[in-house]
Design a binder for this molecule. Sequence first.
Ligand SMILES: N=C(N)NCCCC[C@H](N)C(=O)O
Ligand SMILES: O=C(O)CCC(=O)C(=O)O
Ligand SMILES: [Fe+2]
Length: 330
Amino acid sequence: MASDFKTIPIIDISPLLKKSDDPNMSEDKGVLEVCNLLDRACKEAGFFYVKGHGIPDSLINAVKDVTHDFFDLPYEEKNKIKLSAVTGYRGYQRIGENITLEVPDMHEAIDCYREVTPGMYGALGKSLEGSNMWPSNPSNFKLLMEEYLSLLIDLSRRIMQGISIALSGSPNMFEGERAGDPFWVMRIIGYPALSDSTNAMKLDNDIGCGAHTDYGLLTLVNQDDDITALQVRNRSGEWISAVPIPGTFVCNIGDMLKILSNGLYESTLHRVINSSPKYRVSVAFFLEPNFDAAIEPLECCIQHTGGIAKLERAVYGEHLVGKVLTNFIM
Ligand SMILES: N=C(N)NCCCC[C@H](N)C(=O)O
Ligand SMILES: O=C(O)CCC(=O)C(=O)O
Ligand SMILES: [Fe+2]
């Protein structure tokens, strides 16, 4: 249950990462300190920044630079990789195409998902079947993003080891049937400046992305350094800004981890409003459970929350597909 937090904690996860491959990591003092901080942050805010994550600043910045370069291109060029039902909901969506709370979001994006081959997840996975659509311009876009993706998959799994220990489970509680073959999502997002009148598409409203929760386990956001736009709602309903801190990722809990933790951790509502005079980009990476995983409260969490399962079981793929199919009017 979220609290009346006013700030979002910053956690140096380097002691945790150092021990990722150590089967006795849960006994390490440095690891336990990180896990305590993760536990507090996940309970109080559902949001935290990570530093000491080992991803080079140069790569973090190159990813944002190439994202700016892509969104700077003319609409016709960007639309060559247009998202549709036929592409498995992968590819480019123009400003206003994504809908949140029935209002068009003032952002454009490239949506990417773990590859789904035909028949891989049966009828459930049908709508997401396909491979990602990468632009040929900028020419290094695909290579850079794929390098970034592989590092973020690895990093997020290691953070989940810390969260496992925080929940008093074994470090690899999210491997195997829960998230041993994790589905992942990446959204490469651009938010036009509020005052952007040069944009062909005049802005209908000022909401870059309406209030929502994320769907999976853990989100890592790489946001532009100089614009404050991401806002997180605390228990009193105040919106707390996730001010950019260069070299960090903003992390937050998704709906599946809320269920697994039996509500101990919250998938906190957040939204994006770019009221700056500059175009803002962010690249959000989402670590999610196995596509076909049945997610229910973990025994260790039930014990810590009064002995009764409070949250209903969900099949992750159903939850995701339900969202994807209602996010777009096509
Ligand atoms: N995969 C994730 N988390 N995407 C977040 C997008 C949130 C907006 C979406 N229209 C919604 O209403 O959920
Ligand atoms: O742009 C951001 O800072 C966050 C984006 C976000 O919340 C999402 O795509 O789920
Ligand atoms: Fe989000």
